[in-house]
Design a protein. Structure first.
Length: 465
């Protein structure tokens, strides 16, 4: 038996008092959809529409595919389900997505605020910890020579930071003047709690122990809340770096030799002349300052370390220094223990930079320390500017001493005391060193035995606080 399906139209009819039930005898009233002011009627058959009072009624739905037997059997109640329209479902879906996205974003913002507050709290605690550490340190050093200044004093000394001299990794240097008309250089440390605090303690603690003609003098310091500054004697010719890499500022080989000897004596003093041995770890032309007579003074002790005078190796958890001047053992313990010989290596690179007249970190050209060694090894003259015959001997002496200082293994390098003797002696008596670059490959580094033992075997000792 074949089932027929009908289409049942629905009408929304406005209610009037004059209407009779007879008018709607061909339709069925849908109570659940009707209201006080309107009625919804469904026609049993679409062709009954000719007997339906259309003027007060408007067709609102067409329900298709209704089995004909439901209508023919005079069923009085029909339960019907409408699926949501695609627009309505989509709207609800979009609303759900927005609510979900809002909840996720809200949670993220709350988490961000919590993390931010936690970081602020931790940074504040670290800052307070370092302030307390610095204050304790300054209390211990209250009898030292350097003067303590307030931040207001520093602003007055520098005329509100009017003249900037330079900038480094840890701070900016300004020119200043004390009340007695003495010029000073004021280093304002960066606001970085840990590094700032450690460098400040290093500088004040170490430099308050030092009194040498070839080491810059610390005049005073400032520790005013989170503001920290170091006040040094002012050296009018700035750094050696300005004179060895620029042709029109050439100082002459005799003056450069005097500067090299002065720096060597300053390092020797740090290693052997103080109560404790001081390892600088950042010897380079930029940290050699020159006074009005071009006398050199070693500066910037922010990376320096103290160790007992009768021992000479320091244990380190991280490398320190400037690329191009750092000794191999500071990079890797495969080359030996870190000792005062790291400063010797850096000084050797400084000497070779003086000879070559160019920075050793320029990797776009030939590595000039090796170039210098090859020329000397082949007994060729160094291709540098020479004013008279005496200059040739000075240049060769500086080069040979520099090559001894940069020997790959620490035990092959001379002490600074021996370096001073070599620089002050006659250059023609110096022995050509072994090739310091022959051990550049890992295999040869591990296989090679020290060619010369200029120092004793050193055992590791801990750093002193």
């Amino acid at each position: 038996m074949t089932t027929l399906y009908l289409t049942m139209p629905f009408f929304n009819c406005s209610r009037k008092k004059t209407e009779e039930e007879e008018d709607y005898k061909y339709s069925t009233r849908i109570s659940c959809l009707s209201g006080p002011t309107h009625q919804v009627h469904a026609l049993a058959y679409e062709d009954s529409i000719t007997h339906f009072p259309l003027p007060p009624c408007i067709r609102i739905y067409n329900v298709r595919s209704i089995p004909s037997d439901l209508v023919s059997n005079d069923v009085s109640t029909i339960y019907m389900n409408w699926s949501r329209s695609s627009d309505e479902a989509k709207g609800k879906s979009e609303k759900t997505k927005l609510v979900t996205a809002g909840a996720v974003l809200g949670s993220f913002l709350v988490l961000l605020v919590v993390v931010g507050l936690q970081r602020l709290y931790i940074n504040d605690m670290v800052e307070k910890e370092y302030r307390a550490k610095i204050e304790k340190f300054l209390e211990d050093y209250r009898n030292c020579k350097p003067t303590r200044y307030s931040y207001a004093d520093i602003k007055k000394i520098t005329n509100k930071f009017a003249e900037k001299l330079g900038q480094g990794a840890y701070g900016t240097v300004f020119k200043g003047k004390l009340s007695n008309q003495i010029h000073v250089a004021v280093k304002i440390l960066n606001n970085s709690s840990k590094e700032n605090g450690e460098e400040f303690i290093n500088e004040v603690g170490i430099m308050s122990r030092i009194h040498h003609v070839n080491v810059v003098r610390l005049v005073g310091f400032c520790a005013d809340g989170f503001r920290r500054a170091l006040v040094y004697e002012f050296l009018s010719n700035y750094s050696l770096e300005k004179f060895i890499n620029v042709k029109n500022r050439f100082l002459g080989w005799n003056k450069l030799q005097d500067i090299a000897i002065g720096v060597a004596k300053g390092i020797e003093y740090l290693h052997q002349g103080c109560d404790h041995q001081i390892l600088h770890f950042d010897i380079k032309p930029h940290n050699v300052l020159l006074d009005h007579n071009f006398n050199p003074k070693i500066s910037d002790f922010g990376l320096a370390k103290l160790c007992s005078k009768d021992q000479s190796v320091v244990s380190m958890t991280t490398g320190r220094g400037t690329m191009g001047y750092i000794a191999p053992e500071v990079f890797s313990r495969n080359f030996g223990n870190v000792s005062y010989k790291a400063d010797v290596y850096s000084f050797g690179m400084l000497l070779l930079e003086i000879v070559g007249g160019k920075r050793n970190v320029d990797t776009s050209k030939v590595y000039f320390p090796e170039w210098i060694y090859n020329l000397l090894d082949q007994k060729e003259e160094l291709r540098v500017f020479i004013e008279d015959d005496g200059d040739t001997k000075i240049v060769e002496k500086l080069a040979i001493v520099g090559l001894w200082c940069i020997q790959w293994h620490p035990m092959d390098r001379p002490s600074m005391k021996l370096v001073v003797q070599m620089l002050e002696g006659e250059g023609d008596k110096l022995i050509m060193p072994p090739n310091p670059f022959a051990s550049s490959s890992l295999t040869r580094i591990q296989a090679r035995k020290p060619t010369t033992r200029l120092g004793q075997e050193l055992e590791v000792i801990p750093e002193l606080d």
